[in-house]
Structure formats: C-alpha cells, structure tokens
Write a protein that binds this ligand. Structure first.
Ligand code: AKG
Length: 257
C-alpha cells in the first residue's frame, strides 16, 4: 500500500500522509457514525466539552472553543471497528511498525465550524510512554482539512529528539513551540496521517464554516510494552496484523461500571 520510499520518509520525518486509504462509502459510514455518537451524547450525562485547557490561549478565547472528543469509538459503532482493522490500514501499519501490530486506543476529534478547539503542540509520549517508541497515531480524515478548519501540523524529524518536557502531561511550552512552528498537513476525506508518538504535533482552531472531523487510531508493535500502568482503554490489545508474543504481559483489568 505504501512504497519503500514512503516508509523511509516516515522513519526520517516521523510522519506520513497516505492518500485515499478509505473510499467515499467508508468515509460516509464513519461520518454517519460520528454524528450518531454526538447525538446520543447530547442526550446523556457524558456530553461535555473536551477542548484542551491551559495557558496557550487567552481565557476569554479558550472558553468559546469546542471539541467533541470521545474515546473507544469502535465500541460505539462497528464502522470504526471495520476501519481500525481495514486491510489498507493493516498493510500500511505492517510497513511502518512491523509484522505484529496491536490497537492501543481509538477516539474521535470533531472540531465544529467557527469555534472548533485548537490542540497546542505536544508529543503523545507522556500520555502513554512505551519502551521502544513504536507507537503511532493514524488520524483518519472524514472532511477536507486545511489551515482554515484546523488541519494537523507536525514538526518533521522532531521524533528523533526523544521525549521532551511538557507542561504537566499535556503540552509543550507554547512560546517555544507555537502551533505556527508546525508544518500544516492538508488532507482530503479518506486520507490518513500517520505520526509517531514522539513527533511534535498540534492543530489550530477551526475558524471556517466547515466541520473538521477526524477519527484517531493509536497502534503499537506488539512487544513494545508500556513503561508504567497508564491509559488502559476498552478494546486495547486487538491484533490488527501478525501475532502477540506478549499476550500475558499486558492485559487490562476491565470492570463493568
Ligand atoms: O486532531 C488533532 O488536530 C490533534 C489531535 C491530537 O493531537 C491528539 O489527540 O493528541
């Protein structure tokens, strides 16, 4: 699904945009599922604003911003379960990560028109550190994304610097790492941006009249174990390709609540 040059680009730059991983029908199915999750949440106690808080924007600006962010989307709708293990995804992941790839977690990040929230620049590493740094995000675009509706921005090659100090766990000092320091990655619906969890990334507000709907699947190499007991989600550990030689080492202890 990707060329050897593209796989090398990922290793050198810490990210790779792959065009047309999902077709129009699959995108439409995920858009519908995303809308239904938002609709159901609106009638439940779980509908809160997931916009990141902090000092990267003035408080009066921050409070106007909205992010519809929900985890475990593959437990909400089968469209996402199909997407997370889609043969195109498995083919790309085996080239970027190796033969044995496991799903870590899933979420959706919907920036509504006009007031969609920003993500200050950060690495994903502090949220779920692992030993071999194989972890990567696959951000699936359900809309055309550009600088106007808050497309993802990455700092090419930043993964090579290793883990950096964050403010709390959350984001890098925004004066040293403004969102404008990232390279925008415009994409079409159906495209997937893959980026390593050490790659510095973020995205600006959605000021356009269009939504920016993305679904993000996080994956790792099956033997790349967590350095501490952190961030366990339902559905973690699903094998996307190959086999899991470490099945007994990391097993989330789920509880029905
Ligand atoms: O979707 C985006 O614009 C950024 C998401 C992100 O950085 C994250 O969830 O860690």
């Amino acid at each position: 699904m990707i060329t050897a040059d593209e796989a090398e680009f990922y290793r050198d730059n810490g990210y790779l945009l792959v065009k047309g991983v999902f077709d129009g029908r699959e995108v439409e199915e995920m858009r519908r599922a995303t809308g239904k999750i938002i609709e159901r949440a609106a009638h439940s106690k779980y509908d809160k604003n997931h916009a990141w808080q902090g000092d990267y924007l003035p408080p009066e600006e921050l409070k106007k911003l909205v992010l519809k962010g929900f985890h475990d989307v593959h437990y909400h709708d089968a469209a996402f379960a199909r997407a997370a293990i889609h043969p195109n995804m498995a083919a790309i992941l085996s080239q970027l990560i190796g033969p044995n790839v496991l799903l870590h977690h899933t979420k959706m990040l919907v920036k509504p028109p006009e007031n969609g929230a920003a993500f200050p620049m950060h690495q994903d590493y502090p949220y779920f550190p692992h030993t071999n740094h194989t972890m990567l995000a696959a951000s699936v675009h359900l809309d055309r994304a550009d600088t106007e509706n808050g497309c993802l921005c990455v700092v090419p090659g930043s993964h090579k610097a290793g883990p950096l100090p964050h403010i709390g766990t959350y984001y890098l000092n925004h004066k040293e790492h403004p969102i404008s320091s990232g390279t925008p990655c415009p994409a079409e619906a159906g495209d997937v941006l893959f980026f390593n969890y050490l790659t510095i990334h973020g995205s600006d507000c959605n000021r356009s009249e269009r939504p920016r709907r993305n679904v993000l699947f996080q994956y790792r190499e099956a033997s790349d174990l967590p350095v501490r007991n952190v961030h366990f989600d339902w559905g973690m550990g699903l094998m996307v390709c190959g086999e899991n030689p470490n099945f007994s080492s990391v097993k989330p202890n789920y509880q029905i609540v």
